[in-house]
Design a protein. Structure first.
Length: 318
């Protein structure tokens, strides 16, 4: 059995690594090799949302950075983008709102009004996508993305969103959209190609209401786990969270094995190998099969390590 001491040790080493990667201005960077330069706002909010609240000074600096980089937005009220040189996108905006807390003028009604025709949520509005890709078709960016819908649910259920108007209607409409999508296509996210990564995101968003969802199809036998789930720290971490939320008793052997894998794969500096591959839509494609694959941990694995930290926190809570 993986001991609590082993999990604690891996957790504190990983948190320490993330603290050391924080920039002097309070941000965290993720370089995807895009022409727009490194991402700043999205990774800063992403990491901050997965760190423990006891890290007061580090989170305070991150929130100061995010408050200083937010923009006004006609649909969202306020917004954050990939970085300060790009228009706001909904995914970055939701991560930013969860990180900084309540913002005046932002409520559930705004996000209800930003849904696509199918009831989902796109990464960009058509106006913003056109600014990022001038002169190109932007269908791939303005169609529904499952992970953005999951982020809408997480914001709506957070302390930041729970008190705003329109939240109950937003939660109901978003749950219905996600359920309809998964029943038709399965756990297939846009950015993360692994179905177990998608399942982890969706189950975390649904919380205690996750039994409405179809089964996650994660094997119950360790021998049936694929190589990537066992060796890619990002996918391994989300698979652990999916298994623990769905049925921690039935998945006890798988959870134990994947936890042991995470500890074994941790590097001496507290991080993990940069293996996170994101599927980025070509601008003129809306079918998730037509994507370009990029290493989201191109420079340093802040996204993977923050995701593992969240899984380790869940394991520590056992």
């Amino acid at each position: 059995m993986v001991s609590k001491r082993e999990v604690d040790d891996a957790y504190y080493r990983a948190v320490g690594w993330l603290i050391r990667q924080q920039e002097p201005d309070g941000s965290w960077l993720a370089d995807f090799g895009f022409r727009h330069g490194p991402a700043t706002s999205w990774p800063t909010a992403f990491v901050a949302n997965r760190l423990p609240e006891c890290l007061g000074p580090e989170l305070f600096r991150a929130r100061l950075f995010l408050r200083g980089t937010r923009n006004s937005h006609p649909f969202y009220g306020v917004g954050w983008g990939y970085n300060q040189h790009t228009p706001s996108d909904l995914d970055s905006t939701l991560e930013g709102l969860r990180a900084v807390g309540p913002v005046r003028g932002v409520d559930g009604c705004r996000f209800l009004g930003s849904r696509t025709r199918g009831g989902g949520f796109a990464t960009y509005t058509h106006r913003d996508a056109t600014m990022v890709y001038p002169g190109q078709s932007v269908r791939g960016w303005v169609n529904s993305h499952l992970e953005v819908a999951a982020n809408v649910l997480m914001w709506a259920r957070s302390w930041a969103g729970a008190s705003s108007s329109g939240v109950d209607e937003l939660v109901g409409a978003t749950e219905d959209h996600i359920l309809g999508f998964i029943r038709r296509y399965g756990y297939r996210a846009y950015w993360y190609h692994s179905p177990f990564a998608a399942a982890g995101l969706i189950l975390k968003a649904f919380g205690r209401r996750h039994k409405q969802l179809p089964p996650i199809l994660l094997p119950l036998a360790v021998a049936d786990l694929d190589w990537e789930t066992q060796h890619n720290p990002f996918i391994c971490a989300l698979a652990i969270e999916a298994a623990m939320i769905w049925d921690r008793v039935r998945y006890a052997a798988v959870i134990e094995h994947l936890a042991r894998q995470l500890l074994k794969l941790q590097l001496t500096d507290g991080s993990w190998r940069p293996l996170l591959v994101l599927s980025v839509p070509y601008p003129d494609r809306c079918d998730p099969r037509w994507v370009q694959h990029i290493n989201a941990d191109y420079r340093q694995p802040v996204i993977s390590v923050a995701t593992v930290v969240a899984a380790l926190q869940r394991l520590r809570g056992e």
